[in-house]
Design a protein around this ligand. Structure first.
Ligand code: PAF
Length: 286
């Protein structure tokens, strides 16, 4: 695996790979990798001839009171994991390389960025879109891989790619969960054992929602109430939002339809966790 820190070198490498007709798969990350990231990397190594992973904790997507400084980082551990899964290039620039002095340009996907997580994290998706567009311009991938756990992020990036005519295909892969059901996230690291226990209310409530839908409930409000009740049973949790939305506009819907999204964000102690369920009404009965 070759390690690259400069934008210039990464761009030259991408250009050279493309001139040799190689397909480039790309997995952008903020490091502190877990099995969720690795599932994206594995898929990239299967689908593309060359795989590039970026590790960059993007300051532009953290609010002033958020955890940019505390965000877990362990580059050596990441390197070991990436070597094992056959990554070809690791791009890990520093902040000045990506946002040199005088930097002023930002990308916004209007109104989608204000829905769901955007309400309590203003500026978050502006930061994500900006850095991802920059990374796409630098790495020139054919396919880029993202996780379904960050469902809103994937929807917004897909919109950005279409709106800006970018030549990259976005592929979204399923949520990877720990054995106890908790969706993998680098931020799970913040949880102490009691909080971790409380956090299991998230996947449990989604399972309950799934069952309720399976037996025929279609009213979004009823499902949301059930999910909220289950989460509130855990005293360490505080709900940020539980919503059922359509996938195009991320607007709340009243009656479930195939391909809507049940998304939630919950504080567990000082850690904000997200999880979601893609609603499949026409799922075959077991
Ligand atoms: O999902 C993440 O880890 C980040 O939001 C991303 C896409 C790497 C942009 O910084």
């Amino acid at each position: 695996m070759k390690k690259i820190t400069s934008v210039k070198e990464m761009k030259a490498t991408a250009r050279e790979l493309r001139s040799r007709g190689k397909t480039i798969g790309f997995v952008p990350t903020m490091g502190y990798l877990h099995e969720g990231h690795l599932s994206l990397v594995r898929k990239s190594t299967q689908k593309a001839e060359v795989t590039v992973v970026s590790v960059f904790v993007n300051p532009a997507q953290f609010g002033p009171k958020e955890d940019f400084k505390e965000y877990p980082r362990d580059l050596n551990r990441d390197l070991r994991l990436l070597e094992k899964v056959g990554v070809d290039y690791l791009f890990y620039p520093d902040s000045e390389e990506v946002y040199p002095p005088g930097y002023r340009t930002y990308v916004r996907v209007h109104d989608l960025e204000e829905k769901l997580c955007g309400r309590s994290r203003p500026g978050f998706f502006r930061g994500v879109c900006t850095v991802v567009l920059k990374l796409f311009n630098i790495v020139e991938p054919d396919i880029a891989f993202f996780g379904q756990k960050d469902a809103q992020q994937a929807i917004i990036l897909q919109r950005m790619v279409e709106d800006l005519h970018l030549d990259v295909k976005i592929e979204v892969l399923p949520i990877v969960r720990d054995e106890d059901g908790l969706a993998l996230s680098s931020r799970n690291e913040y949880l102490n054992s009691k909080e971790r226990e409380a956090a299991l209310a998230l996947p449990r409530s989604l399972q309950e929602a799934k069952k309720t839908i399976k037996i025929g409930e279609r009213r979004a409000a009823v499902i949301i109430k059930k999910v909220e009740e289950m989460i509130r049973k855990e005293p360490l949790t505080k709900i940020d939002y539980v919503e059922i939305v359509d996938l195009d506009e991320l607007k709340p819907i009243e009656m479930l339809k195939d391909g809507s999204l049940l998304a939630l964000a919950v504080w567990v102690g000082k850690t904000r966790l997200i999880d979601n369920l893609m609603i499949e009404i026409n799922e075959k009965r077991e």
